[in-house]
Design a protein around this ligand. Structure first.
Ligand code: ATP
Ligand code: MG
Length: 225
């Protein structure tokens, strides 16, 4: 699958979520490529310092994105390609979204973040017209307070009112995410089956359900047996 992490806002958790999801898939046995288009190269530097088996992170730029993407995708060496974008609305964002099976828009539960997410959703609909295919997208609430607050209630109500599709999974503000780029431990290793590890697992489950409902149903059946 090809999953793009996009938002025009910085610091919402694109790189963190992308790296955590990529590492979780690789730890499960998949061959994963993360294309790092974030100028900060956060994910690329992390992977150089703390390599994860079967997870390759390659830095790309607006100029070489298409050629790198085509050669990696065409070679078929990876089960999944995740794309981490810069926190800006720019040409690379359009190029990446046009290739996506799913776009994830991380956002905090705040009015400005939700407005920004609406803008990206509008961009995706424009790109769908030129791509002449549906490009699914979901908003992902990140860095949430663990307890329900007026702010989170506002976010959920506002998202429902605006008709923005969102993940049921939300990522709570947790040390395991914050520490990943410092100590290298992906959340699914640091907190296997609980906390951040569990959140990433449920997020991946939802992603599969959206992109590949048949496989998801089969996996759910196997798990129930
Ligand atoms: N769920 C979370 N819990 C705690 N800290 C988080 C969480 N998600 C992200 N962070 C922290 O928030 C900061 C910004 O996260 P990140 O770099 O992933 O954002 P970004 O959207 O990629 O930003 P940019 O647009 O600048 O690339 C980092 O310090 C990261 O450790
Ligand atoms: Mg980033």
């Amino acid at each position: 699958m090809i999953v793009v992490f996009a938002s025009s806002k910085g610091g919402v958790g694109k790189s963190t979520t992308c790296a955590a999801a990529g590492a979780a898939l690789a730890l499960e046995g998949a061959r994963v490529l993360i294309l790092d288009l974030d100028q900060n190269r956060t994910v690329h530097r992390w992977s150089q310092k703390f390599p994860v088996d079967r997870l390759m992170v390659e830095a790309a730029t607006a100029d070489n994105f298409t050629s790198i993407f085509k050669s990696r995708h065409g070679a078929g060496d990876f089960d999944h390609i995740l794309i981490d974008l810069a926190g800006a609305r720019e040409l690379t964002m359009q190029k990446a979204i046009a290739r996506a099976d799913l776009v994830i828009i991380p956002a905090q539960a705040s009015e400005p973040d939700i407005r920004e997410a609406l803008v990206i959703a509008g961009d995706i609909r424009d790109i769908e017209e030129t791509a002449t295919r549906k490009i699914p997208y979901r908003l992902l609430l990140t860095k949430m307070y663990p307890l329900r607050t007026r702010v989170s209630d506002f976010a959920f109500n506002e998202l429902a009112r605006l008709g923005l599709p969102m993940f049921k999974t939300v990522l709570v503000e947790r040390t395991a995410y914050r520490e990943m780029f410092l100590n290298g431990e992906p959340p699914s290793k640091a907190e296997t089956g609980k906390g951040a590890g569990l959140e990433i697992a449920t997020l991946l489950d939802e992603i599969e359900e959206i992109i590949d409902p048949m496989s998801h149903a089969q996996h759910a059946l196997q798990a129930a047996e």
